[in-house]
Design a protein around this ligand. Structure first.
Ligand SMILES: C[S@@+](CC[C@H](N)C(=O)[O-])C[C@H]1O[C@@H](n2cnc3c(N)ncnc32)[C@H](O)[C@@H]1O
Length: 323
């Protein structure tokens, strides 16, 4: 089967899914319509990935596979030598009776897709350790702030510099806030016009609002790590005044006071000898967590460590010498 024939087969499965729904759903009202990425956004996602010429894509959250089929269609259309679609979802069998994976198989996409049945917070660091480099990622897994934040932490290291990370439900406060950290602090930029047109999107407490559902973010090229003092607040309070407060640079802060990480570290070593204590504490925490991985429960005494450290730290004025 050539690329056009494979694409036609995928298109047929996508059309049937959008028009008639999946062969089975969870026992909840309008579950498919609520959960899955709509056909229009899936088409836009496919076209964006084709324009990027992607060869390797990571996806978090399979469910009914509408987005996975669109990503698969893009990979087949690009027709790169070794297309790879790594999908992470710990609940595909338990909650979704494998309906998404079965749809991918019926579209012939199981030859390029693999399903990692683990939470993304476990799977992504493993993929990073294995040396995976992706051109793009699509994130539609757990929508809890801390899970999204961790997904983006690892995807930033897996997706190549200049690559794309596309978010679903980008208007949900938890997702929006997580993305905002990377936008404000790590040089991610919105790809304008990637998803034109608004859809009704869940915002909070069961309410919906017209919003751009998906958002594509481009990673900076070359990548960079900012010094820790160059932190820009990223949470958004509800009132405009509070938002201004967040946007305003902190009193006394000036970007011209940037220093290199190395000079900062050197300064810390001379002005803050306790940093060595800190390093040791971090080291012992790391060895405890290694023990935990082997199956021996670790003692959750990290708070003791930070309390001990806090009591030994010099006053803030002498600590922040490196500015
Ligand atoms: C909104 S659905 C994804 C919808 C899918 N994109 C589609 O078009 O049908 C969210 C998915 O994330 C999965 N999920 C939940 N927590 C997860 C986690 N920690 N890691 C990876 N996937 C997770 C759920 O099992 C579910 O399949």
């Amino acid at each position: 089967m050539n690329s056009d024939e494979r694409r036609a087969r995928i298109g047929e499965v996508r059309r049937r899914l959008a028009q008639s729904g999946p062969p089975r759903t969870r026992d909840r009202a309008a579950d498919f319509e609520t959960v899955t990425v709509p056909e229009g956004e899936c088409d836009q996602l496919r076209d964006l990935l084709i324009a990027e010429g992607v060869q390797t894509v990571v996806e978090v959250g399979l469910a009914y596979a509408s987005s996975a089929l669109a990503i698969g269609e893009a990979l087949v259309a690009v027709n790169a030598p070794r297309p790879r679609h790594i999908i992470i979802d710990p609940f595909q069998e338990r909650d979704w009776s494998n309906v998404g994976w079965d749809l991918l198989r019926s579209a012939g996409l199981d030859s390029i897709a693999s399903l990692v049945a683990a939470p993304s917070s476990i799977a992504l660091p493993q993929l990073l350790t294995e040396g995976l480099v992706a051109d793009a990622a699509f994130v539609d897994g757990s929508h809890r702030f801390h899970e999204v934040f961790v997904d983006l932490y690892f995807l930033r290291k897996i997706v190549r510099p200049g690559g794309l990370i596309v978010m679903d439900d980008a208007g949900a406060p938890s997702v929006l806030t997580a993305v905002r950290y990377y936008e404000r602090n790590l040089g991610w930029t919105v790809v304008p016009g990637a998803f034109p047109g608004d859809t009704l999107t869940a915002v909070a407490d069961g309410r919906t609002a017209p919003a751009t559902r998906c958002q594509a973010m481009r990673l900076p090229d070359p990548p960079f790590e900012p010094p820790f003092e160059e932190f820009h607040a990223f949470w958004r309070k509800s009132s405009a005044a509070a938002d201004d407060d967040v946007r305003a640079p902190r009193r006394g802060y000036s970007p011209s006071r940037r220093i290199s990480e190395n000079s900062c570290r050197a300064s810390l070593q001379t002005s803050w000898p306790l940093s060595r204590v800190w390093t040791r504490q971090v080291g012992s925490l790391a060895s405890r967590s290694r023990t935990a991985v082997k199956g021996v429960p670790s003692h959750p005494d990290r708070y003791t460590s930070s309390r001990v450290l806090a009591s030994r730290r010099p006053a803030a004025s002498s600590r922040i010498r490196c500015r």
